[in-house]
Design a protein around this ligand. Sequence first.
Ligand SMILES: [Zn+2]
Length: 185
Amino acid sequence: MSRRRLERELKKLAESIGGDEAIAVIKALRGKDYQTDEELAEKTKIRVNTVRKILYALNEIGIAEFKRIKDQETGWYYYYWKLNMEKLPKVIMTKKRKELEKLKKKLEEGEQIYYWCGVPDHPKMTFDEALEYEFQCPICRRILNQYDNSKELEEIRKKIEQLEREIGLKKNKRKRGNDHGGYYK
Ligand SMILES: [Zn+2]
């Protein structure tokens, strides 16, 4: 993964964890040795509880690590945090794979034909279910029409294709060589 792409992916990851605040925490951690959560809170001007939440989330996905040190005088424990960027590419790939699985499932579900009254939150039904209700919505009694989700599905397909390319499951479409010279002109 190129450096630039990695940066972009890190930003996306941070956003999904805790928005701008997570981006700020990561920025404060980057390139630095171990720091306490209090130090990070001070640096970022973000509440220490929020900083901690972000740190634990980063730790959970494997890109932040901490050590716990006891203060001999007070007997309190302090947590020192550091980013662990080596794992980032793997973390990103795992996340993308999960996303891909989810989208594939969504696509599979969406490929069935549904019947729907058109009111958000009212049930979308299979043909058999719709038949049972005599093609009337059980909530609002409007007629159930075949629900056209082809645009949604197209979006999902595009996203799947992009993810597959990013993960490396699919090669970029190869441009036709000279053997078809002139064909595309
Ligand atoms: Zn309805």
